[in-house]
Design a protein around this ligand. Structure first.
Ligand SMILES: [Fe+2]
Length: 249
């Protein structure tokens, strides 16, 4: 097991993950027992990774149906995420092994699974680290706080205006309505849909680890379409929840 590094673990696929699991003598019996019960350990209802992925895949496939209800979907995968056995040593090791510091606010993240329909990502924040306001075009998101404490604000886009500048360029100014505000503690969840709460920012109040599921995941087009916002700290005069914002990317 010591030969498996972070990249191998975090990027492994379902068969690969089970291969790792079954290679561990200490976990082999538990895995066998769980697989015999469709991946669900019988005692406490916690789901192993395989069962979790299978269930999320089944639910996320419904996004292709005509009348897919995003809020209902988020409730279902939130319930699944709360059942995921996070004490699994392999998942714990995944968090422990997040070391690669990436751009975008010095937030560390790694994909656990990325498919056409959904992606599951581990994200770790240091205390006081932030992700500034950004949107998720055409996507739903479920973010579970696995440990720590993190403050989130969500916004809905109310209007936007393109303004011509003197240098011939233009800028986009928006009005955003704050639609949610939460301080997530372990086992608490925040969600967004393509229509509601789609813009959010996050600030960790402690070292924080998140498990997020985005459906569909970022692809080249969605990454290109995503935007970042510089939101005025004060609400518009006479309002409590309307904020002016400048699109920065
Ligand atoms: Fe986000």
């Amino acid at each position: 097991m010591d030969d498996y590094d972070r990249r191998q673990f975090l990027r492994t696929t379902v068969p690969g993950f089970l291969g790792v699991l079954l290679a561990l003598p200490s976990l082999s019996a538990a895995a066998t027992k769980a697989n015999a019960n469709k991946g669900r350990p019988a005692k406490d209802g916690a789901m192993n990774w395989d069962a979790f992925l299978t269930s999320v895949a089944e639910e996320s496939a419904k996004q292709h149906l005509d009348h897919w209800n995003q809020e209902d979907y988020l409730k279902k995968i939130s319930a699944l995420a709360l059942r995921l056995n996070r004490e699994d040593p392999l998942l714990q090791k995944g968090f422990a092994q997040i070391k690669t510091r990436l751009e975008k606010g010095n937030v560390d993240f790694e994909y656990l699974e990325k498919r056409l329909d959904f992606a599951i990502c581990l994200v770790q924040f240091e205390k006081n680290q932030t992700i500034s306001a950004h949107d998720h075009p055409g996507m739903t998101g479920m973010i579970l706080c696995a440990s720590g404490k993190i403050h989130t604000r969500n916004y809905d886009l109310v209007s936007e205006t393109s303004i011509a500048l003197a240098d011939g360029k233009s800028e986009t100014r928006c009005v955003l309505k704050q639609s949610a505000e939460q301080t997530l503690l372990p086992n608490q969840i925040t969600t967004l849909t393509s229509q509601a709460r789609n813009i959010h920012n996050l600030k960790a109040e402690e070292i924080t680890q998140l498990i997020d599921i985005f459906t569909p995941p970022y692809n080249d087009q969605r990454a290109k379409d995503s935007r970042w916002f510089n939101i005025d700290p004060a609400a518009q005069p006479g309002t409590k929840d309307l904020f002016d914002a400048l699109v920065t990317k």
